[in-house]
Structure formats: structure tokens, C-alpha cells
Design a protein around this ligand. Structure first.
Ligand code: ARG
Length: 460
């Protein structure tokens, strides 16, 4: 049987394998709500513009509500023969209201229809993801406030560098996530133009009102070029790029949780809620949620790469290749949402071990910079000389297997005779973090103020 929606000049139906490669209904049924929203706006406009008799426009809108209710109730029978969500909805509409349903597709095409649906879906999804990022930021800022005074090693090259505060470390992720929100919101503002009414590619001869449908659907304005309207998928790319960057931020944090929860680090503990045991090694608590957040970032980035490749070399305007925008985007944004929720759950679940972090903070001569700074401040040494003197003192301590603060004044004076007792005040990790009061620095008071500022700004 040929397709009843477009099969006028067709005598037979598709080869089985053609139906298999062509049908998108299995995944684009996700666009049902957006598809019906777009069709309702289109029908209302056609009626108001006098392109359709009012009675038909009204019957179409009422029928579409019924279709939506059936889909929401799970009683709608999706059919692969009808290829995609657009034709499934329209075909059901015809069952419900008769031939007037055939007038809905006046002055539009599936090309502008699918672009509109996808924009609506992406926009809805950005709004949901934005709320989730904000929630995670709130969880991190709470934990940062609680951990503002916890001293931990700060790393560069994953080597102990200088002591920092746990709160400061968590707030670094709040900054990243704030930029992620900004990227999503920039993308949202740019995509918010309505393609509906561009028709197949060239516009239409019917006197449609694209400004009306655009504003009805919450868009800022209609798109300006009909070819671009149906060919553009950079709004999907942009959102996948923002999603990729966000997923990579989550992956870096997940990696830190994996490290921090090892017995070797022992900086934080996750409860049974976010770990799994081993079937053979009874002592294990594996941070699976964190590992999955780290691993799943791959498929988010993969979706971006995939769609970039789909669009590369694609001539204007629409090509069926573009149907390949959907599965990757659906999967990537679902994955991001899941990862955000799991990360927020872990942040609320994790319990820092302040003693373990403080012990580690003191190891590896992390206050060597503080000693060098003291030599500059107290003795007036040029920083390069102070660096050299400190290096020799660290060497001494290392030979003895002692920490800096465990050396005697005598030993230090053998390297630099002008060093006084006062030096010991800067060799401890607490003094070190307390002294880092420069704007953006790790001092507990700074961190408290920043965390409070974020919590204030996050309040709905
Ligand atoms: N399922 C199609 C897609 O997702 C809808 C548009 C089909 N347009 C066409 N001219 N065959 O891209």
C-alpha cells in the first residue's frame, strides 16, 4: 500500500528495508507535545487569516487536543507505516474529524514543521536543564559554606601544591556551572526564532501571518530566510556543545570524587546510596555513580560530533540526513539531565573527612610558598632568592623525612641566618589558607562570603 499522506503518484509501498531506514516514529514520538502545540498555533492562524473556514480551524484545534490526550494517556497507537510523528498525528486527526484534517497542512511542510518541533523541544529541555544546573550549584554552595574552614591540599599536576579550603574547591565548580548556564541561555536566546511558515523551503503564496504563530509559540520573531529556516540545525549543535562542556565539567568533578573516595585519599565518604559493593571483595565501596557520570560524558560529546558530521557537506535546504539530529540530541540531553541529578545527589550525600584532608594538606611541603613569601616579607629577599633558600630548606627537611614545621630554628638558620622564630607562624596549613585573602583566594572568610553570595543569588 502506498503512503496515504503523500502516496498520490506511488503505486506500491516501500521495501521493507526502506521502511526500516526511513521511519522515525520510534524516536520522534518524543516530539508529540511540541508537534501538536505547533499545529494548534498553525491552525488558529490559518483560521484567523481566512485561509481556512473558521469551523474547520476550530475542529482541527479541538481534534488535536483529543490526539494529545490520547498520547498522554498512552492509548495512541503509533504506526511505523506513517513514518513520523507529524503524519501519525495528522492521520489520527483525520480519523477523529474527517476530511477537514487534510486542511491543516496548508501553507506548511514537514520541513518547517520538524524544525519548529525540534526548536520547541530544545527550548523546553534547556529550561529543564537550567533548573537542574541551578540545583546542583545550590548543593555545591551549601557544601562549600559548610566546608569553608576545611583545609585540603590544592594540586597542580596532581602534586601537592598549596593548601586550599574544601569550600573553595567546590566553589570552583559553581563558577564552571554558572558559565554552563550562561551558554545554555545564550543558545536559547539565539534559537528563539520561529521557522514555521517557511514551508518546504521557499515560503508560501498563502497570506499567512508568521508573526502570529511565532508569538503564539513563545518565539521572539519568525526566522528571516525560508531556506535557512529548514536547513538550520546549528541550534541543536550549539546546545550539544553547551551540553558537552557541562558534561565535561561533571566528568572532572566525578573523577575527583573517584579519587577522593579511595582509601588512599579518603577525603570524602559516600553513603550506600551512591556506591556499590563488590561481589567478591567485601571491603569495597565503589563510587559507581561518579564513574558513570564520568563515562557518560562520552556519549554527550559523541552526539555533538555525530551531528557535526551529519551537517558537514549537506547542501541547502532540507535533506533527510537531518532526521539524524534527533536520537543523539535526545540521548545527550537525557544523559546530561541524569548526570546532573546524580551529581547533585552525591554532593548532598558526601561527608568530608576534615582530618584526612588536613593531614594530606600538610604533606608534600605544601607551605613551601608560604615560607618563600615570608622570606620576602620579613627579610626583604628578592622572591627568586627566597625561592632558592626555601628549596634548600625543603631539601633539608626531605633528607630528614620531616615536615617544614618540624625543623628547628637552628637548622633553618644554617641555610639562612636571618630567619627568626616568627617563621613558624606561616608554616602551618591553617595560617597558609588564612593568609590567602586576595580577591578570589582560598581564605575561609573569602569562601564563606562567596558561598553566601551564590546562595543568595540562587534563591528563586
Ligand atoms: N521525519 C522527518 C525529520 O525528522 C520530518 C521531515 C520530513 N521531510 C521530508 N521532506 N521528508 O526530518
Amino acid at each position: 500500500m502506498s503512503n496515504r499522506m503523500w502516496g498520490g503518484r506511488y503505486e506500491s509501498g516501500p521495501a521493507e528495508i526502506m521502511a526500516e531506514i526511513n521511519a522515525s516514529i520510534d524516536f520522534d514520538k518524543r516530539l508529540a507535545e511540541q508537534d501538536i502545540r505547533g499545529s494548534v498555533a498553525h491552525a488558529a492562524m490559518l483560521g484567523a487569516a481566512g485561509i481556512l473556514p473558521e469551523a474547520d480551524a476550530e475542529a482541527i484545534q479541538a481534534g488535536l487536543q483529543t490526539v494529545r490526550d490520547e498520547i498522554r494517556a498512552g492509548s495512541f497507537a503509533f504506526s511505523r507505516e506513517l513514518e513520523d510523528i507529524h503524519m501519525n498525528v495528522e492521520s489520527r486527526l483525520r480519523d477523529l474529524i474527517g476530511p477537514a484534517a487534510g486542511r491543516l497542512h496548508t501553507a506548511r511542510s514537514r520541513n518547517d514543521q520538524v524544525a519548529t518541533d525540534m526548536k520547541l523541544w530544545v527550548r523546553d529541555t534547556i529550561d529543564a536543564v537550567d533548573g537542574q544546573i541551578a540545583d546542583l550549584m545550590g548543593a555545591l554552595a551549601e557544601a562549600a559554606l559548610a566546608g569553608a574552614g576545611i583545609v585540603m591540599p590544592g594540586f597542580t599536576h596532581l602534586q601537592s601544591a598549596q593548601p586550599v579550603t574544601f569550600g573553595h574547591h567546590l566553589l570552583a565548580y559553581v563558577e564552571m556551572l554558572a558559565r554552563d548556564r550562561g551558554r545554555f541561555s545564550d543558545a536559547r536566546a539565539r534559537l528563539n526564532e520561529c521557522p514555521l511558515g517557511a514551508a518546504a523551503l521557499a515560503g508560501t503564496s498563502f497570506p499567512i501571518d508568521r508573526h502570529r504563530t511565532a508569538s503564539e509559540l513563545g518565539f521572539d520573531r519568525p526566522t528571516a530566510n525560508s531556506l535557512d529556516s529548514v536547513a538550520d540545525r546549528d541550534f541543536v549543535l550549539e546546545v550539544l556543545a553547551a551540553a558537552s562542556i557541562c558534561a565535561i565539567h561533571l566528568s572532572r568533578f566525578a573523577e575527583e570524587i573517584v579519587l577522593w573516595t579511595t582509601p588512599q585519599f579518603g577525603f570524602v565518604r559516600l553513603s550506600d546510596a551512591y556506591t556499590t559493593g563488590s561481589s567478591i571483595m567485601p571491603q569495597k565501596r565503589n563510587p559507581d555513580a561518579a564513574e558513570l557520570v564520568r563515562g557518560k560524558s562520552g556519549r554527550v560529546v559523541g552526539a555533538l560530533q555525530g551531528l557535526l558530521m551529519v551537517l558537514k557537506g549537506l547542501p541547502l535546504a532540507y535533506g533527510k540526513d537531518m532526521q539524524e539530529d534527533k536520537e543523539g540530541a535526545f540521548d545527550a540531553l537525557h544523559t546530561l539531565s541524569l548526570s546532573l541529578a546524580a551529581t547533585a545527589g552525591m554532593v548532598r550525600d558526601m561527608v568530608p573527612d576534615a582530618d584526612a584532608m588536613r593531614r594530606a594538606a600538610g604533606a608534600g611541603y605544601a607551605t613551601a610558598t608560604d615560607l618563600a613569601d615570608w622570606l620576602v616579607r620579613a627579610l626583604g629577599l628578592p622572591f627568586r632568592d627566597a625561592h632558592h633558600v626555601t628549596g634548600r630548606i625543603v631539601g633539608l627537611a626531605s633528607d630528614r623525612g620531616a615536615g617544614l614545621e618540624e625543623l628547628s630554628l637552628d637548622e633553618m638558620q644554617r641555610v639562612e641566618p636571618r630567619i627568626t622564630e616568627a617563621v613558624f607562624e606561616v608554616l602551618g596549613v591553617d595560617a597558609s589558607v588564612r593568609s590567602r585573602t586576595s580577591y578570589g583566594g582560598t581564605a575561609p572568610d573569602n569562601v564563606r562570603a562567596q558561598a553566601r553570595g551564590w546562595l543568595e543569588r540562587m534563591r528563586p
